[in-house]
Design a protein around this ligand. Sequence first.
Ligand code: UGA
Length: 444
Amino acid sequence: AEPTGTVMSVFGCGYLGAVHAAAMVAVGHTVIGIEPNAQRRENLAEGRTPFFEPGFEELLGDAIATGRLRFTDDPAAAAEATIHFLCVGTPQTAGQQKADLSYLEAAFTGLLPHLKAGDVIAGKSTVPANTAGLLNERVVEHGSGARLVWNPEFLREGYAIEDTLRPERVVIGVGDDAEDRAAGERLAAAYAGLETDGPLIVTDLVTAELAKVASNAYLATKISFINAMAELCDVAGADVSDLADIMGADSRIGRKFLNAGIGFGGGCLPKDIRAFMHRAGELGAADTLFFLREVDRINLQRREAVVELATVMLGGDLSGKRVTVLGAAFKPDSDDIRDSPSLAIAAALHGAGAHVRVTDPHAIRNAREASPQLDYVDDIEKACTEAELVVLLTEWRQFRDLDPAATGELVSGRKIIDGRNVLDAAAWRAAGWEYRCLGRPRLG
Ligand code: UGA
């Protein structure tokens, strides 16, 4: 891409912000990352990635090498920029279902005094419906001549670089008047260097906000749907993987996100459906999203199902049993353990008295911080040694490729739960394993 040379600020250099900042440099812009956390700033400035994401280290290194990426904690540095991205987190409020908007508010009020005519603020954080409209009103009232647009981000962890540089769609929500529309056009022009065949959809602010949570709610529903089918398969004697293949071959349904297993986790899907239900309640439409409660319940039920299965396989009592858990991250190619079903199951097994040993290629450091009561082992072989039960919970390539015969030599009981339906059941059986999984009763 030809450098288009816009100077941009990125407020919040966490997962979303750091990737977005480096990607904008890659398409020719100059970026000032505004990040209050000194450690994070220093790491990023020196090209050390604060999280594991395939391809990010290289993208960040290249961005730094251009000299067009720098980091500061001072929001006044944003005065140089004309497009300002709000990329801060909106986590679940402790003890409540709603989104915590305090980081967003801090970034916004930090930026406000430094805005000038023609500036565009592009909100990317996931927010409750109608947040952007209120922020834009405050921008207009402030009188700088800047405008706020909403530009939700749909990137997936593990594919963040690809999703940012080649998004399947770009959504820009704008306010009602000509200046709002012009601000949207300025943002679209800045994205001209992205290599995407996907559509650019310009809409109103609240539709743009909703596009994000509605998409995540739909994905969560799709996963819980197939997991409900898995439960039904277990009682009816059917096979959920075949069922998913058959349903997925219908192009109206599609095979993606129909993998039954231990359910969804991460920093987005679980908190987004809860915040969405909460916001619907505030809007007087709680009933409309009641089905998402069921989506959440089915999802959490999967975790219990694994603990129950483990208990049955170990003779009805977990206390003192040596259980090896393969995977702590909420999904492969990520070191993120936020709301990880894998880690939650490991903790539940431990809570029931088992000696739980956890291994993961990249998430051990984060997992140890979140669940210090568990034993962590870097090496897969060491982790499996003398296990009475092995439980595969995050489908990393390393675990999928395990050799049943060699692994069988290490353990003291050849029993395995395949929580993601990714292993070759016949091969494991042939090597003398009791293989069990969810939703495929004829296999296990
Ligand atoms: C999700 C969305 O997919 C992104 O589009 C969105 O931008 C992002 O949230 C966000 O809001 O920031 P992500 O959290 O990275 O992305 O992870 P997903 O790939 O959606 O997976 C979520 C969870 O669902 C994982 O725990 C995964 O194991 C599980 N999953 C996924 C299944 O159990 N079955 C499936 O078939 C697919």
